[in-house]
Write a protein that binds this ligand. Structure first.
Ligand SMILES: Nc1nc2c(c(=O)[nH]1)N[C@H]1C(S)=C(S)[C@@H](COP(=O)(O)OP(=O)(O)OC[C@H]3O[C@@H](n4cnc5c(=O)[nH]c(N)nc54)[C@H](O)[C@@H]3O)O[C@H]1N2
Ligand SMILES: Nc1nc2c(c(=O)[nH]1)N[C@H]1C(S)=C(S)[C@@H](COP(=O)(O)OP(=O)(O)OC[C@H]3O[C@@H](n4cnc5c(=O)[nH]c(N)nc54)[C@H](O)[C@@H]3O)O[C@H]1N2
Ligand code: SF4
Ligand SMILES: [Mo]
Length: 884
């Protein structure tokens, strides 16, 4: 398994679907990463998450041994417990009592084997994936329009386009390297339109931002389709030659969105903005429309996708340079999972349950007489089946459903009730591993080998450059071992990921050698030797003998993957969100991502510098809603909805619409007392795709009455003898940094020992203003620091204090500085704004006060913003604040 180990290796970033190439090395003084200049996705650049990958490695917090009921066991025992549970459940309740819940963060090889084991050998169709929460509406829209789940365009199109339309997509934070490529390609006359209820960092690039009412994208794009017809710019020849359904789609568009004024009303936009968008779109042949979760995570997400694709088909803007609809994928291998049939309603190699010939082909290829009868349960239904007791053995891999599925409490109840929960993860303590009966340690990034497919269909290798941590094993190995333990020696006799890859590639070519039946064809890769596989350079599928180096754009000849080769326009009737605000829950809850964290923070939470951007759960609130709900900027507030609550710090934001709040999805019970976005989301799904409506929860909001707030820095794993109603935690090297707030007054002088794990050596008390500070050390080593302020009080930056925990002994000078929370002999630079170069707020303010007027100027003086560029919007805000 470790043969591929090398001092330096070419691999791929395990975060977002951009799929950047990374050069990773382990030179003895710890791992390091840089962007791979030869990878076509990023040409050497990395965003701050990619550039911090080396900080997320290391054994701390890893799951290192298989565990059964909390006891470490051998692999042999763990594997037999898993196979026994599956065998017994199958014998007593039928194979459908077993469920698998997979993830777009598995490698293609892991995913392929899991799907084969479930659908082919355990014979349960109930294998779904977190891609259901992510891409399933885009998948469904692609299949309806093109006959296959194939992304037509490529990254180059983002640069070639004369107009970019970004719909529900905050690429500046979530696909940063694509954003940088789009930005770098900016030129006179090129236009960018951002369509998002919120103004985001991405809106910086926009010539026009449409803050539409959430959920009304179908109105807008139906309106656009009708407007294109009115302006006489439909490509009738293309429609005649290559498409079906245009008449009914146009009729639905005209009927639901007859003119700009009606569209503006439905979407709550200015008619002149709508007209401008329609005019620009009509006039710009080379247009790319990018979409992601603002489109997909809706009760009508599939329709939203098709409403967008309709406009591209109707203008023939597809399969051409700089002209395509473009669903950008979220997870590093969302695409790979779709390719191997990880979704419960699909089969491997883009084949389908709806086609008896496909079912027969896959069964034959796998050497089984029949496949599980499908389709199986989609994610939300899968957990309902667990709750009902229909599923008795649930195996979760590489996803954290207790956090990410809607109505978290219901999911947790399902996990509590399920007789056997198996979790494969790299991390020991997550909200989901807490419910596991059997825990299987998986190798993580840097330790595992295989392939991933990015948003532009490009397959890249992830390569190992580190040995496995503890007894961790690659996911494909674990699943294959269970397959063998179930008696399927031959079907799961893989010795390396290349064995799996060849089989997967061969299945894509079954009845499809030249890719003419299904676009997903890897016939050109099915005979790779192990060496070829190790050397595999990034390549875009399809890869066939005729196109050995892959194909950048699909459907260039106007032939689609439907039975008659014609694309399908879909008649879309606009329907609003299902979770609608009412008197009890008057606010719309929008949820999404932050620049520097990845999902449930199991990995990015380990990199100290990724906490500098945002360190606490928060709620973004429009100024009008501050007044309406009586909450204050900087204070804590509680959002309560029908399924749960969320407590976060109020951030005033006029970047969003009144009546709507935004919460981050990242916090969970490992990091905060009560800050699960998914508690505010009902399990409402799109009827076609089954994707949850995660962007449109509902809630009411009220202030949280606190008496005090505190920051507590203490050694990790220090016993927690204190109680605070509200907490959140930032793990740092050498200490945990806790943000605390309490509803009951505390007599700090007498209780401090409980908080610091012993009596402090230095303390300072100012009861008149509710301030208390104390620090404890042991043999010169700092053990804990407590800073208390009245509710909503200001705290100093904690960077210097946190540093002190990394030292073996404090100097006398440092001890004296502890209660000031900074080295009193050095200037205070304030909270960090530019993570790459560690430039603080106060330095930037000083530079601006000295007359620097541009981001470039700040970059020249302080270097801030000159690496990944993701702090540039914030730098601009400093410039505006000063000058405006
Ligand atoms: N930093 C970071 N990057 C990531 C991830 C991460 O966790 N952190 N996760 C990755 C994954 S898996 C994914 S799926 C992608 C997601 O990438 P994005 O889709 O960009 O992410 P989100 O922030 O979830 O949502 C995008 C936007 O949709 C908007 N929106 C909400 N409702 C509507 C609506 O009705 N219409 C429109 N037009 N817009 C709406 C929101 O205001 C939000 O700004 O990011 C990937 N990249
Ligand atoms: N309210 C709301 N909910 C959402 C969203 C939203 O916008 N709003 N977005 C949705 C979307 S788009 C997504 S993609 C999901 C993401 O949600 P999840 O998939 O639940 O989140 P992650 O934190 O990425 O979970 C991945 C887990 O796999 C582990 N892991 C990492 N690498 C490996 C590996 O190689 N092998 C194994 N076995 N384990 C590994 C990690 O430690 C972690 O525990 O959240 C969804 N939920
Ligand atoms: S843009 Fe995405 S793939 Fe590239 S470095 Fe950043 S997180 Fe990784
Ligand atoms: Mo996602």
């Amino acid at each position: 398994m470790n043969e591929a180990l090398s001092a330096s290796c070419r691999t791929t970033c395990p975060y977002c679907g951009v799929g950047c190439g990374v050069l990773a090395a382990d030179n003895g003084d710890g791992p390091s990463v840089t962007g791979d200049p030869d990878h076509p996705a990023n040409a050497g650049r990395l965003c701050v998450k990619g550039a911090s990958l080396h900080e997320t490695l290391g054994a701390e917090g890893r799951l290192t041994r298989p565990m059964v009921n909390g006891q470490a066991v051998s692999w042999e025992t763990a594997l037999s417990r898993v196979s026994d549970a599956i065998r017994q459940s199958t014998a007593s309740h039928g194979p459908e009592s077993v469920g698998l819940y997979l993830s777009g963060q598995l490698l293609t090889e892991d995913y392929y084997v899991a799907n084969k084991l479930a659908k082919g050998y355990i014979r349960t169709p109930h294998v779904d994936t977190n891609s259901r929460l992510c891409m399933s509406s885009a998948v469904a829209a692609h299949k309806r329009a093109f006959g296959a789940d194939a992304v037509p365009g490529c990254y180059e199109d983002l640069e070639l386009a004369d107009m970019l339309v970004l719909v529900g997509s905050n690429t500046a934070w979530n696909h940063p390297i694509l954003y940088q490529r789009m930005k770098a390609a900016h030129r006179d006359g090129r236009r960018v339109v951002v369509i998002d209820p919120r103004r985001t960092a991405t809106s910086e690039l926009a010539d026009l931002h449409l803050s539409l009412r959430p959920g009304t994208d179908t109105h807008l794009f139906n309106g656009l389709l009708a407007a294109l017809e009115r302006r006489g710019v439909l490509d009738q020849a293309y429609l005649d030659a290559h498409c079906d359904g245009s008449e009914s789609a146009l009729a639905a568009a005209r009927q639901s969105a007859p003119d700009e004024v009606s569209v503006a009303q439905a979407c709550d936009l200015l008619p002149e903005d709508v007209t401008r968008f329609f005019d620009w779109f009509a006039a710009t042949d080379r247009t790319v429309t990018v979409f992601s979760q603002g489109v997909n995570q809706a009760a009508n997400g599939t329709d939203k996708g098709n409403a967008i694709i309709n406009c591209h088909l109707a203008t023939g803007r597809i399969g051409r340079a700089g002209a395509t609809p473009f669903s950008v994928t979220g997870q590093p291998n969302a695409m790979g999972g779709r390719e191997v049939g990880g979704l419960a309603n699909t089969l491997a190699a883009h084949m389908d349950y709806g086609r008896p010939d496909h079912i027969a082909r896959v069964a034959r290829f796998w050497g089984v007489t029949e496949l599980a009868d499908g389709p199986g349960h989609k994610a939300v239904d899968l957990f309902d089946a667990v709750l009902r007791g229909d599923i008795q053995v649930l195996w979760i891999m590489a996803t954290n459903p207790a956090v990410s599925l809607p109505d978290s409490e219901r999911v947790r109840e399902a996990l509590r009730r399920c007789p056997t929960v198996i979790v494969s993860d790299c991390i020991a303590n997550t909200d989901t591993t807490a419910y596991a009966d059997i825990l299987l340690p998986a190798t993580g990034w840097g330790e595992k080998d295989g392939t991933v497919t990015n948003s532009e269909r490009r397959i890249s290798r992830q390569r190992a450059f580190l040995p496995p941590t503890g007894e961790a094993r690659p996911d494909w190995w674990i699943i294959s071992a269970v397959g063998r333990a179930l008696g399927h020696e031959r079907a799961f006799g893989y010795e390396c990921p290349a064995d799996v890859f060849r089989e997967h590639a061969a299945l894509t070519a079954e009845g499809n050698q030249d890719g003419s039946t299904r676009p997903l064809c890897l016939s050109g890769l099915m005979d790779l030797t192990n060496d070829d596989y190790d050397q595999l350079a990034p390549v875009q599928w399809p890869v066939t003998p005729a196109a050995a180096s892959g194909i950048g754009r699909l459907f260039a000849d106007g032939r689609f993957a439907t039975d008659n080769g014609r694309a399908q326009l879909i008649a879309v009737t606009p329907e609003g969100p299902v979770q609608r605000p009412d008197d009890d829950w008057p606010l719309v809850v929008n949820s999404g991502r932050l620049r520097d964290q990845w999902h449930t923070m199991t990995r990015t939470g380990r990199a100290p510098r990724l906490w500098q951007h945002r360190a606490e759960p928060f709620i973004e609130v429009h100024p009008m809603d501050l007044l309406r709900f009586g909450v204050e900027e900087g204070a804590l507030a509680r959002l309560s909805g029908p399924h749960g609550a969320f407590v976060g710090r109020v951030r005033r934001s006029d970047q969003q619409r009144p009546g709507e709040v935004f919460v981050p999805i990242h916090w969970n019970q490992q990091f905060a007392s009560e800050a699960l976005a998914s508690s505010l989301i009902a399990p409402v799904v799109d009827p076609v795709s089954g994707q949850p409506e995660s962007k449109h929860g509902m809630a009411t909001m009220a202030p949280v009455a606190t008496q005090w707030e505190a920051r507590l820095l203490c050694r990790p794993n220090a016993s927690r003898r204190w109680h605070a109603e509200h907490w959140s935690r930032v793990p740092l090297p050498g200490c945990d940094s806790w943000w605390l707030a309490g509803e009951q007054a505390v007599d700090w002088g007498s209780e401090v020992g409980r908080w610091l794990g012993g009596e402090p050596q230095v303390a300072m008390s100012d009861p008149a203003c509710g301030r208390y500070r104390a620090a404890r050390f042991h043999e010169g080593r700092l053990m804990g620091v407590l800073l208390v302020e009245p509710a909503n009080g200001d705290f100093p930056a904690l960077d210097w204090l946190a540093e002190c925990f990394t030292r073996e002994r404090l100097t006398e000078e440092e001890r004296r500085s502890l209660l000031a929370a900074r080295d009193v002999s050095l200037p205070d630079t304030g909270p960090v704004v530019c993570s790459c170069f560690q430039v603080g707020e106060k330095q930037i303010e000083a530079a601006v006060a000295d007359g620097i007027e541009s981001v470039e100027g700040l970059g020249q003086t302080l270097k801030c913003g000159t690496n990944c560029g993701s702090c540039i919007p914030e730098l601009k805000a400093f410039l505006v604040a000063e000058t405006g």
